[in-house]
Write a protein that binds this ligand. Structure first.
Ligand SMILES: [Zn+2]
Ligand SMILES: [Zn+2]
Length: 270
């Protein structure tokens, strides 16, 4: 059993799909022995004004700051944000990131440019799943070109829904060229790859990304690796950590990473 619970991807009720307040989450985290957690509420950049993320982001930072003070010496509370599709509106994204002293910025792609979240897609077949995967991976690369984030979140996000809705399992080995380019770019730019464990609580039942990709990241020079539960409920903080840490170690990582003031800090996985 690992002792050092450091969960860098947690949502509060300042996310549209979150359920608990920052204070409640931190109370539970303290009881559950969590050492550090990052509050990373959603900000879908191209919907910043239309879906009131401007107000949500402000509240989220305020609440995270309060929790940080309240739990000082007990749980290290990091102030983060999960930026969705920042490269679709790079100017707005830049302004959001520079407006507040974040500890960490997660980079995510939840939507393609047609504007539908993979989560909301009802139907997939082999052909559409393939085309969507190619397009999705290309968007990840373009987000890396934009570059103003610290952690690449849930690299296999669409695959959760391809499996849940249509039983389609995507083998990333078939997309090796694109995936290698992504992993190399993450490594070269000193960003972290997240091991997201939400999939373990969903029908797909797998880490995101899976072990082979984590190992490949290491082979390609990846240095920084993080664990994130992607919890939307207080009691999901820390879930899947053992599986994530096992995968890190088996892939050759000896240290895990957290970000403070957007600087990576490493510590032994134990
Ligand atoms: Zn996400
Ligand atoms: Zn998330």
């Amino acid at each position: 059993m690992y002792q050092r619970i450091i969960d860098l991807h947690v949502h509060t009720d300042n996310s549209p799909d979150g359920n608990h307040s920052a204070m409640f989450i931190c109370e539970r985290a303290e009881l559950n022995g969590v050492r550090a957690l990052a509050l990373t509420d959603h900000c879908e950049v191209e919907r910043y004004k239309s879906e009131h993320y401007d107000k949500r982001v402000k509240h989220a930072f305020f609440e995270a700051s309060k929790a940080q003070s309240a739990f000082r010496g007990k749980v290290l509370v990091l102030r983060g944000i999960e930026l969705g599709q920042p490269h679709y509106d790079p100017e707005t994204a830049r302004a959001i990131v520079s407006a507040r002293p974040y500890d960490e910025v997660l980079g995510s792609v939840h939507y393609l440019r047609n504007g539908i979240d993979f989560y909301d897609m009802e139907h997939f077949d082999e052909a559409s799943a393939h085309a969507l995967t190619v397009e999705y991976l290309d968007e990840i690369l373009q987000m890396l070109e934009w570059g103003n984030f610290d952690i690449l979140a849930h690299l296999t996000y669409p695959m959760r829904y391809m499996y849940a809705r249509a039983g389609i399992l995507i083998d990333l080995e078939k997309y090796k060229k694109q995936v290698d380019e992504i992993l190399k770019r993450v490594a070269e730019t000193g960003k972290a790859l997240e091991i997201n464990t939400a999939g373990l609580r969903q029908p797909i039942g797998r880490l995101s990304p899976e072990f082979d990709t984590i190992k490949r990241f290491r082979e390609l020079g990846g240095e920084y690796i993080t664990y994130g539960s992607d919890a939307h409920f207080a009691d999901d903080v820390g879930k899947g950590m053992n599986e994530a840490y096992d995968a890190m170690r088996q892939a050759g990582f000896t240290q895990l990473t957290l970000f403070q003031q957007r600087m990576p800090l490493q510590m032994p996985i134990d």
